[in-house]
Design a protein around this ligand. Structure first.
Ligand code: NAG
Ligand code: NAG
Ligand code: NAG
Ligand code: NAG
Ligand code: NAG
Ligand code: NAG
Ligand code: NAG
Ligand code: NAG
Ligand code: NAG
Ligand code: NAG
Ligand code: NAG
Ligand code: NAG
Length: 619
């Protein structure tokens, strides 16, 4: 993207860790924050915005050195990725695995859910009849996809387990290790692809005895060459946890199953959880998935009704790869040709434009990857209202830059209301309004849903719904700022109830004026990454907060669709390659990222842009 208009200056930014965080988390203390003062203009109106980055001085210097931007594509050398049953050179029915070491720079490990987990009911739910024509092999069994469900009464069950955990004999012991019968004792571990394999993780205390209380938060990760997923974990409440593994039959080969114990017994939910973080990798088990005759229900492109699912259990799959790909001077990873196609059924459209070096996310349905024309056509004459944190700010800018092809927009502020016009078709405009909800004061942080206690702020929001025309869709999220604000889950629950009532009233008042009520798409908040995994907005707490808020909004009857960004970000949250801890969508830039490496990968947020468009445009 052109450098024009970017004018980096230092700010003594308040944005990031506040004083208590700094004190307790010394790694952060050394950081110097760089703010960018960005001035840009659209349609004659000039907008000034301060975007804070967590960058150190070196980053700043790097940025200055990158004045000359080079738009030429880095490389067009790509390798078609063939999965084991792929069309490429299949001489026999055996798995023909290609082992290429790719350095996607993620650390492996990942997550199940912790406390929240207990409400997730992992079941094999098949939406459709097995698709016989998918493969020419005879069908041995009709398997279904892993899916997770939210336990009914999540909040009340969670609160009661938290307040009265039971399990007296285990109260004083703590989990230090685990045992996974069936995995620990089998070497090498070989499992058939297609099937859902269930195992039990038994938590063990210091003396090696089984624990009888739940609440531990495990991060689980199942990663292979071209498949990354978070195997669901369900807390059985008695010290055992069920773990489910599954890969599609086309993705046989070598995997690692990683299990990290991040927090023990709900400790991630505490107000200052970092002191309690356990964060130890307890297992990294090589697993070989071998070929079977199994078939799975076909994944189809998402329809509107697919967004009614509250929690997703998807996976990232890889369908292309360019080993020589390097970051370009404008911070972009143009590893595959722009028109590098999606492989059915994992996505539809051009995979190259995701700039993910071949990775794409799919879940119980697969997503369409938009191009500018289709995106404009979908959103023309619409009014989309965003209510959320700085991740929304990034996502909106990325949507405008990458999908709507408006690269001149270097940033959007935390609050704005604007009409955008397609430069190639002036008839197509979309109105986007975005109101930050980290604080009622747009320059401050860490109020989250409590922002709604401010009357002026409530009136600001209501005003947009009292005009002659009203937004047709609201996209909302919350969580990160809440993680810092609320003393405990019970207080957060009250904040979530208040928010649900507020929005219900807003929508009722629109209906009361005889207008069509806006649809509400709830987008769960991200899995915070790297160093942020142990802080006040750790994944364990964010997962609970996502579940509680969604339950309250659904209870108010106002949710028309859900996008589970938590699941989407989870496989990339172990380090800071794809996030700075709290954002996945920072603007591309060729400079040192948090982990000291040059550049960062923004494709996880680009994927979200497309998923949002799917939710807004699917029928
Ligand atoms: C851009 O990069 C290409 C290939 O790396 C190089 O040939 C070209 O000279 C560069 N252009 C500028 C303006 O630096
Ligand atoms: C593309 O990659 C292959 C294998 O990595 C290499 O042999 C070939 O020289 C590369 N081609 C170009 C044009 O860089
Ligand atoms: C699996 O591989 C077969 C053979 O290449 C292909 O026809 C089929 O579409 C693939 N299925 C999926 C879901 O990728
Ligand atoms: C298929 O694989 C075999 C052995 O791996 C190799 O000898 C052959 O050249 C390959 N054929 C094609 C078309 O790539
Ligand atoms: C999981 O959900 C299914 C269907 O909703 C239900 O039949 C089953 O009893 C649940 N299992 C558990 C352990 O809650
Ligand atoms: C599997 O398919 C057979 C017939 O093809 C059917 O009778 C059986 O109920 C199916 N099992 C499940 C678990 O769906
Ligand atoms: C959920 O809570 C409500 C009210 O407390 C209760 O009536 C209902 O039975 C509960 N449902 C489940 C599945 O626990
Ligand atoms: C824990 O609970 C599960 C589900 O209720 C049960 O199947 C399992 O046997 C229990 N484990 C122990 C060690 O009691
Ligand atoms: C599994 O982990 C090991 C050790 O970290 C690593 O060397 C290997 O490449 C991983 N394998 C896969 C398939 O990711
Ligand atoms: C797959 O089906 C074929 C033909 O029915 C059978 O011979 C073979 O053993 C099956 N393979 C597996 C792994 O079940
Ligand atoms: C955007 O356009 C609508 C009508 O299409 C108009 O009512 C509104 O004031 C415009 N908003 C801005 C910020 O220009
Ligand atoms: C917002 O906070 C800033 C300090 O961060 C303060 O200067 C400003 O007056 C506040 N604005 C409002 C409307 O309260």
């Amino acid at each position: 993207m052109p450098e024009k208009g970017v004018n980096p200056v230092f700010h003594p930014c308040v944005f990031w860790p506040n004083a208590w965080l700094q004190k307790r988390f010394p790694i952060l203390t050394g950081a110097v924050f760089l703010g960018m003062l960005i001035i840009w203009s659209i349609g004659g109106c000039t907008i000034r915005d301060r975007v804070s980055f967590w960058r150190n001085r070196q980053d700043y210097l790097t940025l200055k050195l990158q004045a000359a931007f080079n738009h030429s594509q880095d490389h067009d050398n790509l390798t078609y990725f063939s999965n084991s049953l792929g069309p490429v050179n299949r001489t026999d029915s055996h798995t023909n695995l290609i082992h290429k070491d790719h350095d996607i720079s993620q650390s492996p490990a990942s997550p199940p859910q912790s406390e929240v987990v207990s409400h997730q009911n992992v079941t094999a739910v098949s939406d459709e009849k097995p698709h016989q024509s998918l493969t020419h092999l005879p069908t041995l069994s009709n398997f279904s996809w892993i899916s997770v469900q939210v336990e009914p009464n999540l909040t009340s069950n969670l609160l009661s387990r938290w307040l009265d955990p039971g399990g007296e004999p285990c109260r004083d012991s703590r989990t230090v290790d685990i045992r996974i019968p069936g995995l620990d004792d089998q070497k090498p571990v070989e499992l058939s692809a297609g099937k859902i394999h269930e195992f039990v993780i038994q938590a063990l205390d210091q003396s090696g005895k089984p624990r009888c209380l739940g609440g531990d938060y495990f991060e689980t990760d199942l990663s292979g060459e071209s498949w990354k997923t978070r195997p669901p974990v369900r807390d059985l409440g008695n010290g055992s946890y069920s773990l489910s593994l599954q890969v599609h039959p086309n993705f046989t080969g070598e995997y690692n199953l990683t299990v990290i114990l991040l927090f023990r017994h709900f400790e991630g939910l505490k107000f200052s959880p970092h002191r309690f973080a356990y964060d130890r990798e307890l297992r990294r088990i090589p697993v070989k998935f071998y070929r079977s005759n199994a078939t799975l229900p076909q994944i189809r492109t998402c329809r509107k009704s697919d967004f009614s699912r509250d929690v997703w259990s998807g996976r990232w799959t890889r369908h292309g790869k360019n080993d020589d790909c390097k970051i370009s001077n404008d911070g972009r990873y143009r590893c595959l040709n722009l028109d590098f196609p999606c492989q059915k059924p994992w996505c539809e459209g051009s995979l190259g434009s995701l700039e993910s070096n071949g990775w794409v996310y799919s879940t119980h349905c697969a997503f369409r990857i938009f191009i500018a024309d289709s995106a404009w056509k979908c959103l023309q004459n619409r009014w989309i209202f965003f209510w959320g944190d700085s991740n929304h700010v990034d996502t909106i800018r990325n949507l405008l830059n990458f999908v709507f092809d408006l690269p001149e927009i270097k940033a959007v502020p935390r609050r704005f209301d604007m009409n955008f016009t397609n430069p190639r078709n002036r008839m197509q405009t979309v109105r986007i309004t975005s109101i930050f909800n980290g604080h009622w004061n747009e320059t401050q942080n860490y109020e989250g849903l409590n922002s709604l206690q401010d009357e002026e702020y409530r009136n600001l929001l209501k005003r947009y719904f009292s005009e002659e025309t009203v937004p047709d869709t609201i996209v909302m999220n919350s969580g990160l700022h809440d993680g810092v604000h609320w003393k405990n889950v019970r207080r957060f629950t009250q904040g979530a109830e208040y928010a649900a009532r507020f929005w219900k009233d807003v929508i009722e008042s629109v209906k009361g004026r005889g207008k069509r009520a806006p649809e509400v798409v709830y987008r769960t908040t991200i899995a915070t990454g790297g160093y942020a995994r142990v802080l006040a907005f750790n994944p364990s707490k964010m997962e609970v907060f996502n579940g509680v808020l969604l339950e309250k909004l659904k209870g108010a009857g106002i949710v028309s669709g859900v996008i589970d960004d938590f699941d989407m970000t989870f496989p990339w949250h172990y380090d800071n390659r794809c996030n700075d801890g709290v954002h996945y969508g920072r603007a591309p830039a060729k400079l040192k990222w948090r982990d000291g490496e040059i550049g960062h990968q923004y494709f996880v947020d680009l994927m979200l842009c497309h998923v949002i468009l799917n939710a807004l445009c699917a029928r």
